[in-house]
Design a protein around this ligand. Structure first.
Ligand SMILES: Nc1ncnc2c1ncn2[C@@H]1O[C@H](COP(=O)(O)OP(=O)(O)O)[C@@H](O)[C@H]1O
Ligand SMILES: [Mg+2]
Length: 291
């Protein structure tokens, strides 16, 4: 019998997350694998980083890292654990700016994106950088906190004053400023990849908001991704060395795929409701084949 740890965040307690964890644990059980849920704040290694050799009593065959605690993931890798997704892949996806930087020199089409200047957490002295960037992006413009999900930290601003107001409101969070893909207003495609395989996909449509997220009111639709969209999703996963991911793709002016973002631990309850495909099964199958 194989054993694994399911690392979760000890501070994200909700039914929504518990449901995901249980699905993964059940998918493991079905394959004669014992997956043990372990909150990130209960893993010994965090406390023993400097001691050199840690005496692991029961080292699991793998770690399924359903968290964003990248330093813990890196520690586990340094201790010789096999971690899915890798710490580096999680780190890249958890930060929307990093995702774009890593894909910059590929042929993957993305909205024009600018990074906010870093200030050591000090207030901006002025907002001339916004003036410079608006010259290139125009309005409306998308402002996104680098770390965020469910569309909650993604904003549309219509002019300089709204942009400055929003930047002041989000405080010292890192953010990006991005070209608004109007042709994709309230609409995108979520593709789930496991290994080098398209597992399932859906279209999300929101008539009332530019953000297509289900949590934000988007409606799910059955959808067969185009060859171009599939190619993009697979390429993104290869470039970012993801074992599995949910890739969000927008529609460009001619309907061509434009990458929106990549989720290293994408929720899979909604897509199950839409398509009947259980991504947890695919993930466990993949991991158990690898270890
Ligand atoms: N540049 C953009 N142009 C148009 N719509 C966008 C753009 N970026 C994001 N969106 C919309 O906002 C939603 C949320 O953005 P996303 O980057 O996926 O953040 P989150 O991690 O919160 O889901 C997307 O699903 C998409 O519908
Ligand atoms: Mg998204």
């Amino acid at each position: 019998m194989k054993t694994g740890w399911l690392i979760v965040n000890g501070y994200l307690e909700s039914e929504k997350f518990d449901e995901i964890y249980n699905w993964l644990i059940e998918a493991a059980e079905k394959r004669d694998c014992k997956l043990r849920k372990l909150p990130n704040d209960q893993v010994d290694s965090v406390l023993k980083i400097s001691s050199g050799s840690t005496n692991w009593k029961q080292k699991p065959d793998f770690v399924l890292f359903w968290d964003k605690d990248v330093k813990l993931a890196k520690t586990l890798e340094a201790e010789g654990f096999k971690v899915f997704n890798s710490a580096e892949a999680i780190e890249t996806c958890d930060d929307k700016a990093l995702t774009f930087i890593k894909l910059k020199n590929t042929d993957i089409k993305m909205p024009a994106t600018y990074m906010a200047p870093m200030t050591f957490d000090k207030e901006y002295k002025d907002y001339t950088f916004v003036l410079q960037i608006e010259g290139s992006l125009g309005y409306p413009m998308v402002i996104k906190e680098n770390k965020g999900s469910f569309g909650e930290q993604v904003y549309l601003v219509n002019n300089y004053y709204e942009a400055v107001e929003k930047i002041k409101a989000i405080g010292h969070c890192d953010f990006i400023m991005q070209e608004y893909i109007e042709s994709s207003k309230g609409r995108d495609v979520r593709i789930h990849i496991v290994g080098d395989k398209i597992v399932t996909a859906m279209e999300r449509v929101n008539e009332d908001d530019f953000r297509a997220n289900i949590t934000n009111g988007g409606k799910m639709k059955k959808y067969t991704p185009t060859e171009e969209q599939c190619e993009m999703a697979l390429k993104v996963c290869r470039e970012l060395k993801l074992d599995f991911a949910g890739v969000d793709i927008m529609f460009g002016k001619q309907g061509e795929p434009v990458l929106c973002e990549v989720n290293s631990n994408a929720h899979f309850k909604n897509i199950y409701d839409c398509t009947g495909v259980n991504v947890a099964d695919e993930i466990m199958e993949y991991i158990l084949n690898k270890v």
